[in-house]
Design a protein around this ligand. Structure first.
Ligand code: NDP
Length: 356
């Protein structure tokens, strides 16, 4: 065979063209298929202009939501099963699928910070909420939120207990079941957590243990105590959400948080294990991994270095840190029937911090 170099240039070109020419068997590209619009309007399209909304005064904000819809009223299947006479009735269920009406939720670490934000979201979604936190008495922030809830005729209660104390937690959960207005414990959020900074080389072992004790053992003790109560409920099931952190998946640049990050990585794996063991009992377990959000937990770090806020903000594509209320949607979704097939997942809420 001749070396290509010795062929005339036209022969070289021919060989190259032959090499890329499609064989006859290759199917023609789909480009020739024409586009058809199935939903051709048969009559003149009606336009509906929404009437201007009357301004709502904060004092007469509507109380919502209604009860969650029964499963047979949800989605495409419900439409297919609807009988033709009722087809005109336009009902939508999507928002009420997020309703927590008739459910009881417990949130640890809910005296302030992210836990309090979650507790309020659950109250607004219709749940009867119990908050568990360390101090004997709730702080001013909690009291204000509780006053607001009571004015709305919604229930939020405060229990002082330590999540690392199994006796206290195993007492608190049955108490909640017994006293809740719904006769059930449906939702448990293990949110209590602490944070420390030490260089790994000098990390005092007792301090490391303390972080693991609250952030990992405390989460397990909370989830176990709640699940024990949920196990006793017939036809109820439950949703347990463990608050992890993006620090369970990635290392925070320039932060000396080895104990915190280790404790959060353990929470993510714990969530998957509990999801596997309790799923057959219809108890779903998921984890939420927030990114940087200003609360007391990270206030010291932010305040100690004026550059810190910029560095944390630049670390995600949105260019800012999160706000506590930006967890409301995901927390209500995970607690509600709207997430009924979500189990063993880790939901990352970081503005995109972990994609780089
Ligand atoms: P906060 O410090 O504002 O709130 C934590 C709450 O947990 C406090 O009320 C604290 O009570 C309570 N707590 C601590 N130890 C115990 C205990 N042994 N028993 C009962 N309650 C306890 O922090 P955040 O709201 O920011 O944090 C909430 C969760 O979110 C934590 O698990 C944290 O790791 C996680 N997270 C937070 C992020 C952030 O940027 N803020 C990012 C990622 C995850 P007290 O004040 O009395 O100590």
């Amino acid at each position: 065979m001749l070396a290509p170099r010795s062929l005339p240039s036209s022969a070289l070109l021919r060989t190259a063209v032959q090499a890329i020419k499609p064989s006859k068997q290759v199917a023609a590209p789909l480009a020739s298929r024409s586009f058809t619009l199935w939903t051709r309007p048969t009559e003149k399209k009606k336009h509906w202009d929404a009437p201007p909304r009357p301004a709502i005064d904060a004092s007469d904000m509507p109380l919502n939501p209604g009860p969650p819809p029964p499963e047979n009223k949800i989605g495409v299947n419900a439409i297919l099963k609807q009988n033709s006479e009722s087809l005109d009735r336009h009902t939508t269920t999507i928002f009420s699928e997020f309703s927590l009406e008739g459910m009881t939720a417990v949130v640890t670490g809910g005296n302030r910070g992210l836990g309090l934000e979650m507790a309020l979201a659950y109250v607004e979604a219709g749940a009867h909420v119990y908050v568990i936190d360390l101090p004997e008495e709730p702080c001013e922030e909690f009291r204000k939120v509780a006053d607001h809830c009571h004015k709305l005729d919604r229930q939020i209660e405060y229990i002082s207990a330590d999540v690392t104390n199994k006796e206290e937690m195993n007492e608190a959960m049955p108490y909640i079941l017994e006293h809740s207005g719904t006769n059930s414990l449906d939702i448990c959020v293990a949110c209590a957590g602490i944070m420390q900074t030490f260089p790994a080389i000098d990390y005092p072992i007792e301090e490391f243990r303390k972080v693991m004790e609250v952030n990992t053992m405390g989460v397990f003790i909370t989830a176990q105590a709640a699940a024990r109560v949920m196990y006793t409920q017939e036809n109820v099931g439950g949703s347990i959400v463990l608050i992890g952190s993006m620090s369970g998946t990635v290392v925070n640049r320039d932060q000396q948080w080895v104990a915190y990050n280790t404790s959060k990585a353990a929470v993510l794996q714990m969530g998957r294990n509990l999801a596997a063991e309790w799923g057959p009992k219809n108890i779903r377990v998921n984890t939420v991994s927030p990114g940087y959000i200003r609360t007391n937990l990270v206030a010291d770090q932010l305040d100690s270095d004026p550059e810190m806020l910029r560095r944390w903000s630049d670390a995600n594509p949105l260019g800012r840190i999160g706000r506590p209320h930006e967890l409301r949607g995901v927390m209500v979704w995970l607690a509600s029937h709207a997430s009924s097939f979500c189990n063993g997942a880790d939901i990352i809420v970081t503005g995109g911090h972990t994609i780089w």
